[in-house]
Ligand binder design. Sequence first.
Ligand code: ZN
Length: 627
Amino acid sequence: MSSRAPARVVPDVTAAAVRYRIAPIDLKGHYFEVVCEVREPDPAGQRLTLPAWIPGSYMIREFARNIVAIDAVDAVDANRGGNRTLALSKLDKHTWQAEPCTGALVVRYRVYAWDPSVRAAHLDESHAFFNGTSVFLRVAGREDEPHAVELIAPRGKAYRDWRVATSLPESKAKPDGSQRGFGSYRAESYDALIDHPVEMGMFRLERFDAAGVPHEIAFTGHIPNLDAARINDDLAKLCAAQIRFFATTKEAAPFDRYVFLTSVTGEGYGGLEHRASTALLCSRDSLPVQGQTERTAGYRGFLGLVSHEYFHAWNVKRIKPGAFARYDLERENYTSLLWIFEGFTSYYDDLFLVRTGLANELQYLEMIVKVVDDVMAGGGRKIQSVAESSFDAWIKYYRQDENSPNAIVSYYKKGSLIALCLDLYIRRKSRGKASLDDVMRLMWRRHGRDFYAKADADGIGEDEFPSLVEEATGVDVREQVARWAYGTDELPLVEQLATFGLALRFEPRQQGPSLGVRIPAAAGNECRITHVDDGSAAHRAGLAAGDVLVAIDDVRATAGRMDALLSRYRAGETVDASFFRGDLLQRRKLVLDAAPMRAVIEDAKKASKTAMAMRRAWLTDTNVSGR
Ligand code: ZN
């Protein structure tokens, strides 16, 4: 690629303070070109910075590493017949400062886009996708002023049917090409600008209304015989239930329209929430085929993902921790409350499936059991609280390694079980008069509803949650929050579920004993250890992550037959473990552990009428409220 001379740009006095133009210019090489124009740049030399992270994904990603060429000109000189090239100095890894100029500053750069996740930018001949955090330099000092963006279609016949899907608000004066979505958009601030990802391409577009609000779903990828009508019906139900859950008399939904940008691949799974849209990644197999009526576990997983990201439109995009009221996108933003924002969202995502009939009660209870098993499988829950896990998300939860199960607890999974325990506790203590739903709605009214309307919105204080619960429900949960979220005590799941006529018990997961290691079955025959549980048989014998087990008592060990091989032994018996560490064969005596436990949940034998009524209220009542 050669760098072309900067275009002549004449500043438009009616335009926004900051304007961008973005075009996919080299689809085979995965480059966007971005032009950023600042009408009245800082006379001392304008600073421009690319975010180091994207809200919703708490890890420093240093997106600036994908800016591969950048230059700047003074546009007043351009009007007089020649561009004056301005020097750009690099101040740190993601900040540039332009030489002072008299007219408008025009900065042009290319962004390499080859990240298939929902967190960055991706471009090839099939489609273009970007988050603003990957492509739009922040103009220091102008963050709170209106920003304008022009989306340019790629040149060439092959792309003439490309369209745009985004929740970015369109500008009133839409230039040519608007029928395909290319053209001008606006955002009231930089924070808004980077909160509306953009998809360009030949996606399939579906539309439905939920509680009177228009919704769009763009499906990118090869999906033969997709039953889009069924997805529309199911999502309409789910979205309407969530809108009504938070609805106040003042407004129904916190957005005028909502867009799902869905990338469909062989095995993807993930999502990232935004204020009026979400970027989703899902597998082809999880989406329903025309003529198929069964609701598969994969499809329930897709609905759960949609439910999760959609719930975030309220919980974290508007009800926020104080630490996120104004993001500092150059460095880590610390909060101990991700267990509320991710954990509670993880609780309500599946709860909304059962409350809207998209999962039955048995399927819902199986989802709870799966989360209990995942939390109980890691010793990390005994040494890290979800509050600590939230705070250290940047260096631990988002940067997991072979020791993570021993060191980390998931604020998603344990956070969702804390929400479950709090919900059941509040329902029991208030004799069914109040629930966690009331807490969510108070947080919405107090901190969420007007978040973007107030310049000084401050979010939820780090210690504010227990008093909000008491105000909303009359129930004091200070001690419970201290033990469950800020401590490492086991959660009283058995006791809490019992009052709702449910018996939770634990039984051995397998017949034979255990080594206390994790070996992915997908590895085929090779028995490569990915994790060793602290205190386990393997730990005591000195096995480590990366070791390849080859035999137990000289019988060949394979990943698929490990349980069968161990089923001939009893806990406490000693075996010879043979394994490779690097290319050296090793042998250790290993005393086998008892099998790990798994959760089972059933109807209690003698559930009272009250318990059954409480369960019905919990699982069926969407508490449609006009408050
Ligand atoms: Zn989430």
